[in-house]
Design a protein around this ligand. Sequence first.
Ligand code: NAD
Ligand code: MG
Ligand code: MG
Length: 339
Amino acid sequence: MQVYYDRDADVSLIKKKKVAVVGYGSQGHAHALNLRDSGVKDVVVALRQGSASINKAKAEKLKVMTSAEAAKWADVVMVLSPDEGQAALYNDHIRDNLKKGAALAFAHGLSIHFRLIEPRGDLDIFMVAPKGPGHTVRSEYQKGNGVPMLLAVAQDATGNAHDIGLAYASAIGGGRAGIIGTTFREECETDLFGEQSVLCGGLTSLIQSGYETLIEAGYAPEMAYFECVHEVKLIVDLIYEGGIANMRYSISNTAEYGDYASGPRIIDEGVKTRMKEILDDIQSGRFVSQWMSECAAGQPSFKAMRRRAAEHQIEEVGEKLRAMMPWIAENALVDKSKN
Ligand code: NAD
Ligand code: MG
Ligand code: MG
């Protein structure tokens, strides 16, 4: 595995380019602000007319254009709008406007790897994918640190795609932590698998099942919330700082024995069989085509699932209990009015 640091990057390669960042959401605000603070003078944020993000970008004194204007102006266009709209964005605003030999960049491999976008042959296509939420990409950069990032090149028309991508990753802070070389396929398939099986899908289903089991057995919702939701972070922090063994070192012997004795009864062989099915749906493209048809239909079941999940009792109880712990909000990374 190849790992690059700031010393391997020539940041001047990105400093002299006109860089357009499409979107000003989680990743967009972090890329645009970090690029500017690293000395990239020509940074523009591209947004749709009437977008709620326009005022947030302008409040940071960033210049805002439409995507078509930005594509005509830029040497590098980083696409940080939602994955599901990237193909339409490319076809309608970028393809016929981007200069010959310019670079089109992504923070996730989905649109290119699954051929939702078939880019013009004269363009450099690279990916800089931070291994962390955009709000952390920004907050760590401001502290002088960086989030590890992945770098991949899908098309190298100019011969400079890799070096420009490396310079970009370094300018947004990746070179302080490490920039790992990979491919669009590897980033995309492992990212989808991780978020579906473990991080987002697996974890939330596990939390919710534990919470419901305690509620159905007659325990107080507050108790169920503390045990099955709140304490997840305390345990994950220990795993995050020193691995699973570090967490087991810190918990009681009773907790550790229960971990070995009961964990495999919950997450048994059947889970791995189903994880392999999920991975197969991702690799074959079945997951992405299902998600794209859902989007083409206006996301009816996505929106219904989001609404049902938000109405779950677990959210109501959580809001009350978090109010007892004001430091949680004081240390929040997300401020919806600014980023
Ligand atoms: P987001 O939903 O937080 O923000 C999207 C932004 O794009 C918003 O400012 C929105 O107004 C704007 N937008 C929407 N449609 C647009 C259009 N047609 N034209 C121009 N602007 C448009 O998105 P995000 O979570 O930052 O994801 C952006 C990309 O980064 C995706 O490819 C995602 O997979 C990738 N990524 C995200 C994270 C993360 O931390 N959220 C981590 C790694 C990679
Ligand atoms: Mg993802
Ligand atoms: Mg306990």
